[in-house]
Design a protein around this ligand. Structure first.
Ligand code: NAP
Length: 280
């Protein structure tokens, strides 16, 4: 009996028809790192490191923070090394302010092609057993971390859709594992992660990608040195496969990749950046 002919793979040599892999709107080869990128919480920590990285890669950073002095300090650091940036004082929990600032940034800097939502808070009264947290404190954290993220993205989306764009939300490993503290914080970060997936589905066909970064412990002003003590470093050696907590620049590097064209086929994903802590 004649052997069954193997299925030919010769069709793979044929020129690839890519006409159907392009989104109907937007430019799939768009790199947010070459345009205007809104960075909330850009006056400190992960947001500041991200704004610096955006500018270093040739983008224009719109540094948004409730603390105007900190936002201006980030811009000064960027300009010192020849980068382009502008500072905008804004409370992301106030929708009217967010609307105005996003419009102003577009007027002054041009179309927004990237958004990084790093503004966020830890709130003392939220960091105790859930039944001791008041609804007011719970809602206060949600208002900044989740509603503030939503507001910025809503006002930026029309611009992102105009020519393609990339959204990177900053949640936390609290979104994907039980840390044991911060009911409002954990709920807000879980909401940010789920919202990011929704946006990826709703706006993918408009050339807009959306991914969520979940940092583990990062040594920033928010964590006020708790990850830098000798005890914390010892804890990291046993609990974090890479044996240490992160510096904000290490989160910014991953955000930069997600903003860039190198990640053009990546959307709706949650990327833990935690030295392996969530798989140990
Ligand atoms: P950070 O150094 O405190 O930076 C956050 C920035 O956001 C600060 O400048 C803060 O201003 C600002 N901000 C707070 N509320 C705001 C509001 N309503 N409107 C505008 N700006 C506001 O903290 P970070 O560690 O870089 O945190 C950045 C993001 O990463 C946060 O969403 C945080 O939850 C997340 N994260 C951090 C860690 C960590 O270990 N550091 C781990 C996981 C996730 P103020 O200084 O005035 O508060």
């Amino acid at each position: 009996m004649a052997p069954t002919p193997r299925r030919s793979l010769r069709h793979l040599d044929a020129p690839l028809d890519t006409s159907n892999v392009r989104p109907p709107d937007g430019d799939p080869s768009f790199s947010a790192m070459e345009g205007v990128v809104l960075v909330t919480g850009g006056g400190s920590g992960i947001g500041r490191a991200t704004a610096l990285r955006v500018a270093r890669d040739g983008g224009i950073a719109a540094v948004i923070d409730r603390d105007a002095d900190n936002a201006h300090a980030t811009v000064a650091a960027i300009e010192e090394v020849g980068g382009r940036a502008a500072a905008y004082a804004c409370d992301v929990a106030d929708d009217a302010q967010v609307k105005e600032i996003v419009a102003r940034a577009q007027r002054e800097l041009g179309r927004v092609g990237g958004v990084v939502t790093a503004a966020g808070i830890f709130h003392g009264p939220d960091l105790q057993l859930a039944h001791k947290v008041t609804v007011d404190d719970f809602v206060h954290v949600l208002r900044v971390n989740l509603v503030g993220t939503f507001a910025v993205l809503c006002h930026a989306l029309p611009s992102l859709m105009e020519g393609g764009g990339s959204i990177v939300t900053i949640a936390s490993t609290a979104a994907i594992r039980g840390h044991g503290y911060g009911s409002g914080y954990t709920a807000s970060k879980g909401g940010v992660e789920a919202l990011t997936r929704l946006l990826a589905v709703q706006y993918g066909s408009h050339g807009v990608r959306a991914n969520c970064v979940c940092p583990g412990g990062v040594d920033t002003p928010m964590t006020a040195g708790v990850f830098a003590t000798p005890e914390a470093q010892e804890r990291a050696r046993t609990r974090v496969p890479l044996g240490r907590y992160a510096q904000p620049e290490e989160i910014a590097d991953v955000v930069a990749f997600l903003l860039s064209d190198d990640a053009r086929y990546l959307t709706g994903q949650t990327v833990p950046v935690e030295g392996g802590a969530t798989i140990a």
